[in-house]
Design a protein around this ligand. Structure first.
Ligand code: HEM
Ligand code: NAG
Ligand code: NAG
Ligand code: NAG
Length: 333
């Protein structure tokens, strides 16, 4: 009798603790060995394709990382961002905010998926491909390697409006950005760590042009004047040529490291929202922490990416394994 009570107590505690840890039910269904039987070489296949692609096109890593963030934040990591628009539906990737998402990020997913379809047709979801490709690319450009759980299903929907409501933009206030993250249960610290992704990749001039010219005869106080001059030069013709873009991290543009934070402390943050991370007392201490200790940044970034990769994940009948990443299996939906 006593042992039965004990068992029940343990069971209740187990259930309670699984409910408290987030996100409990979905996390239980995903696992690092999800494809161990159905497609044992899945991770290797993705890794091979990603390596070849990144060597040929070094902008791939940043492109995929941003794509992954956008996919997860607009309605969960479910490959909804990969769907092409048609006559009936404006898909997520065609929301205005997505216009600048670079082709290489999409391309690496399509290539990895094609290779997987040859080895194990219809088995590995596009959302898992994007998750794995992003993880591999981050470590390939110098960032931390972290294990990811697999078994995501791909979405049945993709709507442009979802991206517009869920993604941060460079003209938002720090309070608005914090709200976006905390409403999805990401802490301020996790937000600062994830935004360290801006240690790689590019931004187009229109995303920061409004702050690089003098107003009332002086520069924005958060911006290093020499840096502002260099940006003015780089962006001189951006209205005529909107494809002009500059590095997010001018010091080590292609390397995943903590120079993004070091730069911020010296007034060489590119986007207004990057510089606001130093100006705002809610975020400044995390910037200083990561600027002074890359290991601390990598640990927090890896943990936050694992959490991001579980956000809004669909399992079971809530999704499908798409045959092509840019289209639903049932084309009439
Ligand atoms: C905190 C709020 C954030 C804002 C306001 C923001 C905004 C932006 C903007 C405006 C660009 C330039 C896009 C372009 O001109 O093409 C950009 C680039 C980028 N963002 Fe963010 N971002 C944020 C957070 C994040 C997070 C959390 C990640 C990933 C975990 C991320 C990853 C990237 C990457 C990798 C690029 C470079 C893309 C490329 O080179 O193709 N960003 N971001
Ligand atoms: C803020 O930026 C977004 C995307 O870059 C743009 O669509 C929007 O019009 C901007 N909003 C304001 C108020 O400038
Ligand atoms: C840097 O951070 C790591 C991980 O949090 C920690 O173990 C290490 O002691 C820190 N190093 C310094 C010099 O503070
Ligand atoms: C990368 C990508 O898919 N860009 C698309 C964004 O939206 C425009 C217009 O809707 C498309 O032409 C692009 O291909």
């Amino acid at each position: 009798m006593e042992s039965l009570l004990h068992c029940i107590l343990v069971l209740v505690l187990l259930i309670a603790s699984s409910l408290l840890s987030s996100p409990p039910l979905v996390a239980a269904k995903l696992s690092t060995s999800y494809y161990a039987r159905s497609c044992p070489r899945a991770e290797q296949i993705v890794s091979d394709v990603v390596t070849t692609k990144q060597i040929a096109s070094p902008t791939t890593g940043a492109g995929a990382l941003r794509l992954f963030f956008h996919d997860c934040f607009s309605g969960g990591c479910d490959a909804s961002v990969l769907i092409s628009s048609n006559h009936f539906n404006r898909a997520e990737r065609d929301a205005d905010i997505n216009l600048s998402l670079p082709g290489d990020g999409f391309d690496v997913v399509v290539r990895a998926k094609s290779a997987l379809e040859l080895a194990c047709p219809g088995v590995v979801s596009c959302s898992d491909v994007l998750t794995l490709a992003t993880r591999d690319l981050v470590s390939m450009v110098g960032g931390p390697f972290y294990p990811v759980r697999l078994g995501r299903k791909d979405s049945f929907t993709s709507r442009a409006s979802s991206a517009l409501h869920n993604l941060p933009t460079a003209n938002m206030s720090m309070s608005q950005i914090i709200n976006i993250f905390t409403s999805k249960r990401f802490s301020i610290r996790e937000m600062v760590a994830l935004t360290g992704a801006h240690t790689v990749g590019f931004s187009h001039c229109k995303e920061f042009a409004s702050s690089i010219y003098k107003r009332h005869n002086r520069f924005d106080r958060s911006l290093n004047p020499q840096y502002a001059h260099a940006l003015q030069k780089a962006c001189k013709n951006y209205l005529r040529d909107p494809t002009i873009a500059t590095f997010n991290d001018v010091m080590t543009p292609g390397k995943f490291d903590n120079f993004y934070y070091k730069n911020l402390l010296r007034g060489i943050g590119l986007l207004a929202t990057d510089r606001a991370l130093v100006a705002d007392p809610r975020t400044r201490r995390f910037v200083k922490h990561y600027a002074s200790n890359q290991t601390a940044f990598f640990e927090d970034f890896a943990r936050a990416m694992q959490k991001l990769s579980m956000y809004g994940v669909k399992t079971g009948r809530k999704g499908e394994v798409r045959r092509r990443c840019d289209a639903f299996n049932n084309l009439s939906t």
